[in-house]
Design a protein around this ligand. Structure first.
Ligand SMILES: Nc1nc2c(ncn2[C@@H]2O[C@H](COP(=O)(O)OP(=O)(O)OP(=O)(O)O)[C@@H](O)[C@H]2O)c(=O)[nH]1
Length: 297
């Protein structure tokens, strides 16, 4: 058996479609997607299989100009993902290029020794001519070895990209068992599902300063799982928003998250959510560790 296995770092400005692409490559939902920028806080890995090849995808947090400690930790986590990679994919949304976030990435990428691949995403929503011009412009700035035009949403071009990635992976034994599509612990994945529901149901009312923290994850004797989570916000006024009138909002969030978790985990789920106010939680070191991020001063 000639097994192959390698790591691909997926980077790009927030909202470029990285999580959607990872899901499309893996063929099932592992990373959480959302229309709101910067939702990827923890680094989740997706594992795609292609014949004898295992492609490990680092679905990195959106990289943007870091201001606070949390942001800097996210950037560090993103680059850490790119460090040992056999290939770096830069995913760009041609419609919203977010130049202030893209330019520093291009600047850093151009001096890196890894194989670099440019992925122009969302071709389903873009015209052809500007796409070609953009590809030309970006390749003149960074020596990308290849350019792919894809739609992570419709799947257009994704299998071609996957074929190519598989061909690039070095020989070596698989790092993960065949049936494992993500090494994100179920605990963390469960928090991501709740966080996605928070974003979905509160839209722009939800402050960026909020997080979902795992409290307990217990397998009950009857085959069901009991999940307890904390929703952390920075102020009392935010707590009131999350709770809603007579708790209606948090009940709706919990119910939707529970349904999705039941489907993902394939077992009965009991989900308990608590809202906690923690001023300056973003500065709390233990939370960083729970999120799987390095503490960056
Ligand atoms: N039309 C279209 N929309 C897409 C495509 N790929 C992703 N999107 C949408 O773009 C938005 C952002 O996608 P994500 O996959 O969450 O983006 P991301 O780069 O992981 O974002 P961050 O987590 O903020 O870094 C979502 O609303 C997606 O549905 C695509 O190929 N075509």
């Amino acid at each position: 058996m000639n097994q192959k296995c390698g790591l691909v770092a997926v980077i790009g400005a927030p909202n470029a479609g990285k999580s959607t692409l990872v899901n499309a490559l893996v063929g099932q939902k592992v990373a959480i997607t959302s229309a709101k920028a910067q939702t990827t806080r923890a680094r989740l890995l997706g594992i795609a299989l292609h014949g004898e090849v295992q492609i490990i995808l680092a679905d990195t947090p959106g990289i943007f100009a870091p201001r606070r400690r949390l942001d800097r930790a996210m950037v560090a986590a993103a680059w850490e993902g790119a460090q040992e990679a056999d290939a770096i994919l830069l995913v760009v949304d041609p419609l919203k290029q977010r130049r202030h976030e893209l330019e520093p990435l291009l600047e850093t990428l151009k001096d890196r020794s890894e194989r670099k691949i440019l992925v122009l995403n969302k071709v389903d929503a873009s015209a052809k001519e500007p796409l070609l011009a953009l590809a030309e412009e970006l390749t003149s700035k960074v020596p990308f070895e290849e350019v792919f035009f894809i739609s992570a949403l419709t799947g257009d071009g994704v299998s071609k990209l996957k074929d190519r990635l598989a061909a690039l992976m070095p020989e070596g034994p698989w790092h993960y068992p065949e049936d494992q599509v993500s090494d994100a612990s179920e605990r963390l994945l469960a928090c991501e599902v709740t966080r996605e529901q928070l974003y979905r149901q509160l839209h722009d009312e939800l402050p960026y300063d909020s997080a979902v923290r795992p409290e307990a994850y217990t397998h009950r004797k009857d085959g069901s799982v009991e999940i307890r989570q904390q929703i952390v916000v920075a102020r009392d006024s935010q707590k009131a928003i999350v709770l809603g009138k007579r708790g209606a909002m948090i009940r709706g969030i919990g119910e939707a998250a529970r349904k999705e978790l039941t489907e993902i985990l394939g077992q009965k789920v009991h989900l308990f959510l608590h809202v906690k106010v923690e001023e300056n939680w973003a500065e709390a070191r233990d939370l960083y560790e729970e999120l799987g991020l390095d503490w960056v001063k």
